[in-house]
Write a protein that binds this ligand. Structure first.
Ligand code: HEC
Length: 228
């Protein structure tokens, strides 16, 4: 018993020690406030991603035509807006950047962003893209508050200059929303289906409850007797 108690104590301390590590040097993250059901936001995010990010980052788990189907884009729209010249709708979203050159330019290959919203979270991405600041000591003249000494340039600077602060925040929110969708495309279906599943369980509950009452009626009022 004593052993069990100390084991429980040790186990209960585990999550604590992890959260202490995680808390070290943590930066404040702004709330991304994305809505994966907002189709216009996803469409805009996809477009911005292709214009500003796909030159370096691949989303290799995603196919163009899946995005078209999920986001309600016609074939012409995807071909014109989302795809690199020469790629086909059934292909995955690779990047235009050759790996060897990327290593030379950035000291590493820009990571694939298929699952980044799952690993880092939407708040992280939203804050990261809005946290570049001038730092002459870095190769691209910028540094980042969220990812210190990031080797990614401030690719959205022209957009930030062209837009008001609120508009720019919205653009970044749309890109973040798109990456959230890319991280789990089935979420769109899952959330829709979830309502029906809950409704079904609700109806089933009522029926099961009525059935239970029916069975117990006999037991309660003494109608039921043992065979012998
Ligand atoms: C010029 C090339 C380039 C472009 C364009 C670019 N990135 Fe990056 N990105 C990088 C590199 C290089 C890294 C690796 C940074 C590091 O780890 O130091 C990176 C890292 C990231 C990360 C962190 C990934 C992780 O798991 O650590 C995210 C998120 C990201 N980029 C998003 C974007 C988005 C969104 C865009 C478009 C708005 C974009 N990037 C455009 C080169 C680029």
């Amino acid at each position: 018993m004593k052993n069990l108690k100390s084991l429980a104590l040790v186990l209960s301390l585990f999550p604590l020690s992890f959260s202490v590590f995680a808390a070290g040097g943590k930066v404040h993250l702004d709330h991304a406030d994305t809505d994966i059901m907002d189709r216009a936001s996803l469409q805009n995010g996809a477009k911005l991603f292709m214009n500003y990010c796909s030159g370096c980052h691949a989303i290799s788990f995603m196919r163009y035509n899946r995005i078209g189907a999920d986001l309600g884009l016609s074939d012409e729209l995807i071909t014109e807006n989302l795809m690199f010249a020469g790629s086909k709708p059934g292909e995955t979203m690779v990047t235009a950047m050759p790996e060897g050159a990327a290593s030379k330019w950035f000291g590493g290959v820009p990571p694939d962003l298929s699952l980044v919203a799952r690993s880092k979270g939407t708040d992280w991405i939203y804050t990261y893209l809005r946290s570049f600041y001038n730092d002459e000591a870095r190769i691209f003249g910028v540094n980042n508050k969220v990812l210190v000494n990031a080797s990614m340039p401030d690719v959205l600077w022209s957009l930030r200059e062209a837009q008001s602060e609120a508009e720019f925040d919205n653009s970044v929110r749309d890109i973040t929303n798109f990456l959230d969708y890319v991280g789990e495309p089935a979420k769109l279906i899952r959330l829709q289906l979830g309502k029906w599943v809950l409704l079904f369980l609700g109806v089933l509950f009522v029926l099961t409850y009525m059935l239970k009452k029916e069975y117990w009626k006999d037991v309660k009022y003494g109608v039921w007797r043992r065979r012998d």
